[in-house]
Design a protein around this ligand. Structure first.
Ligand code: ADP
Ligand code: MG
Length: 347
């Protein structure tokens, strides 16, 4: 007979490390979480710097609202957020974050330093680090321009089993670049920079008009896509779908250039994927994949984003309605090109 073992509460660092397993898979996940915080803070410029594919350093700098001195220790604590207060808030949540877990999780598996300033005076500002088993945050003065910088060094240094799963510098950087692409495509009004080992790979000016959007898409997906895409913007029953869908002749062998955003959040959704596949069914050769950058805008109350910690999944209150709207919008747009949609030529 097994003897009952005593129950104890996990120490905070271990609890955070366990939670980190769900959201912090690799450097790209850290970039996503930090950049989403920068977006939520109302930033106009966001800079992402990496060293060694992000394994040595990930730094995200923004010019957003900053964090008040008194709130700094809380920012690194689990279940601490400024974004929601009640269940009703969650149901209509417009911010990308709301779980209050990312910074606590990341800081439990790396050496994290956060600097922030809510004042215009660049001589003011504060620095906070969380250390030790109990992760007591230490706050000290440090000058910083208005906004926030978070540096994450030596990801998984204290969780060797996770560190072992990191791939080569090139592979990890590839994932970061993909995360960066999604972020930059989610907010055209924000200026974005991506640097790797001191080399600037993307420097994207913020401009949320047609020219600005097309310039960004060309920079991130190549100009050939726009030459071979249809622009659409349709609205029905409280749903709006806009963006660009590639012509069937611009299809690809892999489903590697497909971006679908719901209220500014990139999602992978079976219902969405199905509707798009159906719409392209008659015009694409078997085994070919369409290229698209699409934005679905819905009332936040009709979509549940609290399905998974990474928030890559969503649940629509009326899935049927969304499916039919997507299918009919795309089917109609593609219908106009159907007669000569035959041979695939693009990569
Ligand atoms: P969440 O985003 O779910 O609230 P996080 O752990 O990512 O949780 O962040 C905790 C809190 O720290 C946020 O609610 C926010 O108040 C603050 N914060 C984090 N990053 C930034 C930032 N770049 N600018 C301003 N505030 C931030
Ligand atoms: Mg967050």
């Amino acid at each position: 007979m097994t003897q009952a073992r005593r129950i104890h509460i996990l120490n905070p660092r271990l609890a955070n490390q366990i939670a980190a397993g769900e959201v912090v898979e690799r450097p790209a996940s850290v970039v996503k979480e930090l950049a989403e915080n920068a977006i939520d803070a109302g930033s106009q410029r966001i800079e992402v710097d990496l060293e060694n594919g992000g394994a040595r350093l990930i730094r995200v700098r923004d010019d957003g609202s900053g964090i008040a001195e008194d709130d700094l220790p809380l920012a690194l604590s689990r279940h601490a957020t400024s974004k929601i207060e009640s269940l009703e808030d969650l149901e209509g949540v417009a911010s990308l974050g709301f779980r209050g877990e990312a910074l606590a999780s990341i800081s439990s598996v790396s050496r994290l330093e956060l600097m922030s300033n809510i004042a215009e005076d660049p001589r003011s500002g504060w620095r906070v680090v969380a250390e030790g088993r109990q992760m007591e945050p230490r706050v000290s003065p440090a000058p910083h321009p208005r906004g926030t910088s978070v540096s994450v060094r030596d990801l998984f240094f204290n969780t060797p089993a996770r560190r072992k799963f990191l791939r080569t510098e090139k592979t990890e950087f590839g994932h970061v670049e993909e995360a960066f692409r999604r972020l930059a495509l989610s907010r055209y009004d924000i200026g974005w920079t991506l640097r790797h080992n001191q080399k600037t790979l993307h420097q994207l000016r913020g401009a949320d008009d047609t020219a600005g959007r097309e310039r960004r898409i060309a920079a991130l997906l190549g100009s050939k896509f726009l030459d071979n895409a249809l622009h659409l913007d349709l609205e029905a029953s409280g749903l709006r779908l806009w963006g660009w869908v590639g012509l069937p002749t611009h299809s690809r062998a892999q489903a590697d250039q497909q971006y679908f955003f719901v209220n500014g959040r990139v999602v992978r959704d079976r219902l969405v994927a199905h509707a798009i596949r159906q719409a392209y069914r008659d015009v694409l050769f078997h085994g070919r994949h369409p290229v698209f950058v699409l934005y679905l805008e819905v009332d936040p109350a009709v979509v549940d984003v609290n399905v998974h910690p990474t928030k890559h999944e969503v649940r629509f209150r009326d899935g049927r309605l969304v499916h039919d709207f997507l299918f009919s919008s795309l089917h109609r747009a593609l219908g106009e090109v159907r007669p000569n949609a035959v041979s695939p030529d693009a990569a």
